[in-house]
Design a binder for this molecule. Structure first.
Ligand SMILES: C[S@@+](CC[C@H](N)C(=O)[O-])C[C@H]1O[C@@H](n2cnc3c(N)ncnc32)[C@H](O)[C@@H]1O
Length: 291
């Protein structure tokens, strides 16, 4: 099986998350293809890992990749906030969040995360979820659409884009990534059309966040992880955009009675890593320890 995802800041994560006992428990809240988990399982021969992911397809890849570790690895299919809500197992020594989605989603999933290929607009990590990106672009009223695009995409032309989407709906359903990318392209001013990133990139990010409720899950999950963390245990969080990072930063700052912040400034990838994996460029790592 091929793995398309390059695990971000693997060395930095390993240097902060050092188990204090031989059979320590790591909860990897965003298992993905299992790259980070594999690095931990290889480095610490008695470490145990619980790996959470809501996406069944990518989790299958991780399961097969990590099958050689036997009972030391356990996969759980859940949203990470729901996992912590119902967790009644032993307290964790180490917790990792590597937020967002994986290269697998852009390149292989066929669910319309990337605007490079023309695919059905879906964007659900959980294929049992009732609302897809197609539902949102075809059903939300203009104001709600503009709010999503503005709040989750930080897109300054959100109103023009929402108006163009609603206009296009009068002539038929918007079904593919290409349909949507073309609408956005035409809706924005000419000088905005040929920048480094495609003008629809932020709209796509916004829809993905809305479909999967990505931002609203972070705080309750951090709360749950903190509650089920041993004293002296550590939580590391990798974020990929300012909306995520703001939530994590404020969460940690408001709980300094319980959590010691180990990264006064977020750790960022080395220049070398950014060159090898351009997707890591915006990554920030924050780590705390339970007092
Ligand atoms: C950036 S990838 C993780 C990559 C992984 N660290 C690796 O090295 O292969 C994030 C993963 O978390 C999953 N995910 C994102 N938000 C989630 C949530 N709220 N609950 C559960 N899984 C989530 C995505 O499906 C994706 O597979």
């Amino acid at each position: 099986m091929d793995f398309v995802h390059y695990s971000v800041m693997k060395n930095e994560v390993l240097s902060f998350l050092v188990p204090k006992s031989e059979d320590a428990l790591l909860v990897d809240c965003t298992l993905g293809e299992g790259g980070h988990s594999e690095a931990f399982l290889q480095k610490y021969p008695s470490l145990r890992v619980i790996g959470i992911d809501r996406d069944r397809s990518i989790q299958e890849k991780a399961r097969s990749r990590l099958s050689g570790f036997g009972a030391r690895f356990q996969a759980v299919n859940a949203w990470f906030n729901d996992f912590w809500d119902s967790y009644n197992g032993e307290d964790a020594d180490l917790v990792l969040f590597d937020l967002g989605i994986s290269m697998f989603h852009f390149v292989e999933s066929g669910r319309g995360f990337s605007l490079r290929n023309s695919e059905k607009l879906d964007m659900r990590l959980d294929l049992d979820a009732p609302v897809s990106a197609m539902d949102i672009v075809n059903r939300y009223d203009e104001k709600s659409l503009a709010d999503v695009i503005y709040n989750y995409g930080e897109e300054r032309y959100s109103r023009r884009i929402a108006a163009a989407i609603c206009d296009m709906r009068k002539t038929g359903r918007i079904e593919t990534t290409k349909d949507l990318a073309d609408i956005v392209f035409r809706a924005v001013p000419k000088e905005y059309r040929y920048k480094r990133i495609h003008p629809a990139t932020k709209t796509f990010q916004a829809l993905r966040i809305e479909v999967n409720k990505e931002l609203t899950r972070i705080e309750p999950a951090l709360e749950g992880a903190m509650k089920h963390l041993k004293r002296g245990g550590r939580i590391a969080v990798i974020t990929f955009h300012s909306l995520e990072d703001r939530i994590v930063k404020w969460f940690f700052r408001q709980r300094t009675e319980t959590l010691e912040i180990l990264t006064k400034k977020p750790v960022i990838p080395t220049e070398e890593e950014c060159e090898t994996n351009s997707a890591s460029r915006s990554a920030k790592l924050r780590v705390v320890e339970k007092r």
